[in-house]
Write a protein that binds this ligand. Structure first.
Ligand code: PLP
Length: 384
């Protein structure tokens, strides 16, 4: 096999496996209802699209500086200072797609054999990116009984001399949980005691229904060890634009910039101008979040009544992560629901060992689809 061991050691995305299965059914003429989508079903707000068109027509179609255009970095810094209470400036920021930002940071900090603590259940790509960097992902458990907050004792028990990085994600995919100030303070103690690098993935910041988003960057002493990742994909329905950013201490920026220079060079220029406009766009985001909240309430109501299902009401994101008591592995459950009901859901095991016996429902789809999709899930749960 000529493929590198690094890539051989990665697992394919289990969330995409279901999407591919759904595509095959669609090719055969079946109408598949997908409750597995990981992006808002809304179109990017028109003023943002216009801003990108205007920039392109004005000739902004070239490479930009690797870290991104200054106006955007300044706007992001201002947003973090004023909205999040994090004391940063434009020179702390590298504009790059959020996923690449995480990849960039892991490439810059992880040496072969280093251990990286990743949330479990947690976003599927953290583990594989750590593996790609030749590190070892180590699961830290999110506590379902505590609305999917951190289990601090579990984190401490997983730390040893090889631990280098800890990743947190708030609001959280796939659970819809939101970390509290108490969680962040506990993380702060751990990061400072063990001198770790903290990656705080805040991509779902805007889609929050109850509680508030707290960035660990608010703590001055923690900021020296913290790299924040955020982006425009989820909050402004801009997944296709591939635009986000990282915020890092000044001392790390030159190193992180090297990775940026030798990979993507810079984020797409027109998307950077679109992002600049996004930071000024509020009402569209609020309307989108209000719609997600309505759907959240509906999905919660339906799932709560299904046999064998126990579900926590997510306080954020467009995901719900119910537990089921029926004795079926989540992979088989998702495949069966697809085969029998033509409904795509994401099996919990895809998000880590602690995700088993759960499935993820995305409510980033119309009420009509939710109703039909949940009818299918209900029929299946009743049948087993
Ligand atoms: C938790 C989490 N972080 C990061 C990303 C990547 O975001 P982007 O598509 O903006 O690169 C996603 C996308 O699904 C996500 O769910």
């Amino acid at each position: 096999m000529l493929i590198s061991k690094r890539v051989q050691g990665m697992y394919p995305s289990q969330t995409l496996a279901l999407v591919e299965m759904a595509a095959k059914f669609k090719e055969k003429g079946y109408n598949i209802i997908s409750l597995a989508v990981g992006e808002p079903d809304f179109i990017t707000p028109p003023n943002i699209i216009d801003a990108a068109c205007k920039a392109m027509k004005a000739g902004k179609t070239h490479y930009t500086p690797p870290s991104g255009i200054k106006e955007l970095r300044e706007s992001i810094a201002e947003k973090y200072r004023t909205v999040n209470g994090v004391d940063v400036d434009a020179n702390n920021i590298i504009v790059t797609p959020a996923k690449l930002a995480i990849f960039n940071v892991l490439s810059a900090f992880v040496d072969p054999g280093d251990e990286v603590l990743v949330p479990d259940p947690g976003w599927v790509s953290y583990r594989e990116m750590v593996r790609f960097a030749r590190g070892k992902p180590v699961s830290i458990r999110l506590d379902e009984e505590k609305d999917w907050r951190l289990d601090v004792d579990d984190i401490v028990s997983k730390i040893d001399y090889k631990t280098k990085v800890i990743i947190i994600n708030t609001p959280t995919n796939p659970t819809g949980g939101v970390l509290t100030n108490e969680d962040i303070k506990a993380i702060r103690d751990i990061v400072l005691d063990f001198d770790l690098i903290l990656i705080s993935d805040e991509i779902y910041e805007k889609i929050i229904f109850e509680g508030e988003h707290i960035s660990p960057g608010i703590y001055d002493d923690l900021r020296m060890n913290t790299i924040i990742v955020n982006g425009f994909s989820k909050g402004w329905a801009m997944t296709g634009w591939r635009i986000g950013y990282l915020i890092a201490p000044h001392r790390y920026i030159p190193e992180l910039e090297k990775v940026q220079q030798h990979t993507i060079s810079c984020a797409p220029s027109m998307a950077q101008y679109a992002a600049l406009e996004a930071l000024k766009t509020k009402s569209y985001v609020e309307e989108m979040v209000a719609e997600f909240k309505k759907r959240r309430d509906y999905v919660y109501e339906r799932l709560s009544k299904m046999p064998g299902i126990k579900v926590r009401k997510p306080r954020a994101t467009f995901y719900m992560f119910p537990r089921y008591e029926q004795n079926v592995p989540s992979k088989k459950l998702a495949e069966d629901i697809m085969m029998k009901e033509k409904v795509a859901i994401t099996p919990g095991f895809a998000f880590g060992n602690y995700g088993e016996n759960h499935f993820r429902i995305s409510f980033a789809t119309s009420m009509e689809n939710l109703e039909k999709g949940l009818d299918g899930v209900e029929r299946y749960m009743e049948s087993i």
